[in-house]
Ligand binder design. Structure first.
Ligand SMILES: Cc1cc2nc3c(=O)[nH]c(=O)nc-3n(C[C@H](O)[C@H](O)[C@H](O)COP(=O)(O)OP(=O)(O)OC[C@H]3O[C@@H](n4cnc5c(N)ncnc54)[C@H](O)[C@@H]3O)c2cc1C
Length: 483
């Protein structure tokens, strides 16, 4: 370990390793990653390792596509196997609105160059995944470049490729303290003090504490997440291709083959936060006790969707934590008022998004801005208001529970509200105002008749005529716009 580096990355999970790799790849080799224990010792070791194409934000979908392409490149460069299984993947819709949404997502993908997807009927989907019952399904989307990787191998591949380009990885060395200096940051670690121009918080489950070391209250919290792996399923013993990664949106499950059994991951409606102030420092390769009662409803749906798993045992339970921001997208970029302090936190799908996050952040640090549009993951989309613990708890919980629930374009979600209100808020409410939210502030959307509520819809909503009247009034007479 040297006493000075250009950049110090704190955290040796998949995200920190990717940031390190990209910095070195883009020519900054005087960089080091500092890891509290050993590489992967946070969320990364126990992830299911799945990667898929779909994301509601096209820019995040593009970042995911970049990561998927990168994985094999990093494997080759490092010489470290990442256990790549490019099985292809299915995403299935079981309601008319979801099916319409999936078709529109497919068109967006085509327009941004993700062209390895196609829409499939339930019958085709049933042929592609013969263990899945297609009962009640309306349609789905198939993507060629979906599958899963070995999570530990992937982190080591990023780190190994970075080391080959001159970067350093220092393990068993917790960062204890961060102090701002004229040049950048003084980083006090268990093995001594280092100076760096830039510091990157890629501390995953501990991002909260590493933020607080610099006086920052990041809007991030860990939540627990379950998956199970079944014993051998007889149908799979004679099956020579691997089952595709399959997401049943209305069933709250994602699945993939694991050896000759199946891995079933569950997005729990009844979510559970874990260590909201960050994981304990001594926490290592541990998991939480599984809680089948909490996920009984989703489990039942999963067992109905994949009837073969009803007849085999469960080999392994995983109930582990990973971190979420209020809207579920990563928190990446420079932090206002803290020179050269960079975030690469709240990456809830590190194996899917870590490559893109690493690239964007390395470009930002080196060139002053990332090449792609990263607005959806810029940490600056949140202000100080988002440090409020109740806000973090409600919004991260809402995102988690709704991970597989469709949000309509005109839908206003309730968590963490109201936070900041105009002085005339109550009077406007009495006058029929319905409210949206922007940067923590309640903003008026429209004024409707008494008892009016807008119905979320993919089509023209029941608020159309009301808004049309308001627009007409402003055009032909006058009006006041509240922002
Ligand atoms: C059950 C489960 C299943 C999942 N399945 C998938 C999946 O299929 N696909 C997918 O893409 N993602 C999946 N995930 C999410 C994935 O695990 C995370 O997105 C990813 O691991 C986040 O990586 P990270 O590098 O941000 O954080 P972490 O892996 O938590 O790494 C942070 C690192 O920082 C180190 N650190 C913290 N503080 C300090 C300090 N002060 N000094 C030095 N080092 C420090 C820690 O020791 C740790 O190693 C899953 C998660 C869970 C829990």
């Amino acid at each position: 370990m040297k006493s000075h580096y250009r950049v110090v990355v704190i955290g040796g999970g998949v995200v920190g390793a990717s940031v390190l790799y990209h910095l070195a790849k883009f020519g900054w080799s005087d960089v080091a990653l500092i890891e509290r224990k050993i590489l992967t010792a946070g969320s990364s070791w126990h992830a299911a390792g799945g990667f898929h194409a779909l994301n509601a934000d096209p820019n995040i979908a593009a970042l995911q596509a970049y990561t998927i392409d990168l994985l094999s490149e990093v494997e080759k460069e490092s010489g470290q196997s990442i256990g790549m299984h490019m099985t292809g993947g299915l995403i299935m819709a079981s309601t008319p609105d979801r099916w319409e949404w999936l078709q529109s997502a497919y068109r967006v993908f085509q327009s941004i160059g993700i062209d390895d997807c196609r829409l499939v009927t339930p019958e085709e989907a049933g042929e592609l995944n013969p263990l899945m019952s297609t009962h009640g399904m309306i349609g789905g989307m198939w993507a060629d470049r979906e599958g899963h990787v070995d999570t530990t191998g992937t982190v080591h591949a990023y780190a190994g490729a970075a080391k080959k380009r001159g970067a350093e990885v220092i393990e068993n060395n917790r960062v204890l303290e961060l102090n701002e200096t004229a040049e950048g940051w003084e980083i006090v670690t268990e093995k001594g003090t280092i100076h760096a121009e830039h510091v990157v918080n890629a501390a995953g489950l501990w991002a909260k504490q590493v933020g607080r070391m610099a006086g920052i209250e990041l809007p991030v919290s860990p939540l627990n997440h379950h998956y199970l792996i079944t014993d051998t399923i007889p149908e799979l013993e004679s099956h020579d291709t691997m089952l595709p990664l399959t997401t049943d949106l209305e069933g709250f499950t994602y699945t993939r083959q694991d050896q000759k059994g199946m891995l079933v991951g569950i997005y729990e409606i009844n979510h559970e936060h874990w260590m909201m102030d960050g994981a304990p420092w001594e926490y290592g390769f541990e998991l939480q006790q599984e809680d089948p009662d909490r996920i009984e409803h989703e489990l039942t749906l999963g067992f109905e969707r994949y009837p073969s798993i009803q007849d085999v045992g469960i080999k392994t339970w995983v109930n582990g934590a990973f971190t979420f921001s209020p809207d579920g997208n990563p928190l990446v970029g420079p932090v206002r008022g803290k020179k050269n302090y960079w975030c690469a936190c709240a990456v809830m799908a590190g194996f899917l998004q870590g490559g893109g996050v690493g690239k964007a952040l390395a470009e930002w640090i080196i060139h002053g801005e990332p090449e792609e549009d990263v607005f959806g993951m810029d940490v600056a989309r949140y202000g100080d208001y988002a440090g409020n613990k109740r806000y973090i708890k409600e919004t991260t919980g809402q995102f988690y529970s709704r991970r597989f629930v469709m949000t309509y374009p005109n839908e206003q979600l309730p968590a963490g509200r109201p936070m900041k209100m105009a002085a005339a808020h109550d009077a406007m409410t009495v006058a029929g105002c319905t409210w949206g939210v922007s940067y923590g502030l309640e903003v008026p959307l429209m004024f409707g008749p008494e008892g009016f509520a807008e119905t979320p819809s993919l089509k023209r909503s029941n608020a159309h005529d009301i808004v049309a009247e308001e627009c007409k009034a402003v055009r032909e007479a006058c009006g006041l716009v509240g922002l």
